[in-house]
Write a protein that binds this ligand. Sequence first.
Ligand SMILES: *Cc1c(COP(=O)(O)O)cnc(C)c1O
Length: 356
Amino acid sequence: MDRVYNFAPGPSMLPLPVLEQVQRELLCYGDTGMSVMEMSHRSKMYLEIFEQAKADFKDVMGVPEGYSVLFLQGGATAMFAAVAMNLMQGGSADYVDSGNFAHNALVEAGKYGTVRVAGSSREDNYTHIPGYTLDPGARYVHITTNNTIYGTRWSSLPDTGSVPLVADMSSNILSEVYDVSRFGLIYAGAQKNVAPAGLVIVVVRDDLLGHALPITPKVMDFKTMVEKDSMLNTPNCFGIYVAGLVFRWIRERGGVAALEKVNIEKADLLYGFLDESRLFRGTAERRDRSRMNVTFVTGDPDTDARFVKEAAARGLVNVKGHRIVGGMRASIYNAMPVEGVQALVSFMKEFEARNA
Ligand SMILES: *Cc1c(COP(=O)(O)O)cnc(C)c1O
C-alpha cells in the first residue's frame, strides 16, 4: 500500500523516518523487552526518553534560560482555560479575535476574568489579521500566531511592552523561527506539527508562575506542573516519545530555520499558482497568508466538491476546507514534503485545464 500525501489540518502527516523508527521500536525499545507504551512513566528508561525530548525541544525551539517547558494533556483547548486561570488573577486580559480558535480561547477565558477584545476580524469572516489596540494594564495579550481554519498568520508580533504576550502556536510551532524571549507563554497542541494528538506543549516564563486562581485544577496549575516536571500524574508517554523523535528529525534537517525556508518554498508554490489561476483563488488576504494552511475556492461549491474527490483519487487527500468555511484547505506542515505540494499544484493545473 502506497502512502498518500495527507493535507489534513490535524492530526496530520508525521515525518516518514520518524514513523519508521517508531515501527522498529514498537515491540521492543532498546534492550528493555517492552514497548514505550508499556513502560512506567517513572522508570529510568522512560525518564531518559522524557528528559531527552524536553532537552531537544528546548534546543530546536531556542528556549532561553528563565523559561520552563511542560508536556501536558487536554490539548490546546484545555490551555484556553488554563492560561486564564494561571495568568488572569481576577484582572483583565486582551484577546485578538483572529479566527475560530482565537474566538474559542477568549470565550473560555471569559469564565475566569474579564476579556477585552483588542481587535477582531470576525465581521470580515476572518480573512485577515485584525488591527488592535492594547490595554497597558492588561494581565496579558493573547494572540493565535497561525489561524488554522482561515489560513492566516501574524507576519510580525505585536509590541506589548511589559505586558506578557501569550500565543496559541498550535498550527505553526517549529515551522518558523520565533524569538521565545518575546513571549510570556506559548502553548501548542501537538497534532499539527509535532506528534500524535493528546499532547500539548507549554513554554512559560518562570516569573509568571505561582499566580493561579485557587479554583485551578492541579493538572492545569503551571507552577505545580513545573515542580512535578509534568509528572504530577501519568503524562502522554507515547506522544512525548514520538515528539522527541520529531525534534531530532527537525535538528537533522538543519533546525527550524532550515525548515522555515522549505515551508516558504512550499507556500510560495501554492500561492504562486493560485495568484495566476483562472479557476482557483486564495481566500486569505495576501499580507496575512498562512504558510501552513492554504485556503482556496473555485467559487462554485459543486466544483469544489468534485476537486476534493478527484484529488483524493490521486492520493492527495483531505484537501476539503473546514466545515464552517467550505472550499479547500491544503495543510502543509513540516512533514509535508515539497513533492507533495508539487503534486497538488500539478493536479490543480490539470483540473483547471478541464474546468476553467
Ligand atoms: C487545532 C487547534 C486548536 C485545538 O487544539 P486541540 O488540541 O484539539 O484542543 C487550538 N488552536 C489552534 C490554533 C489550532 O490549530
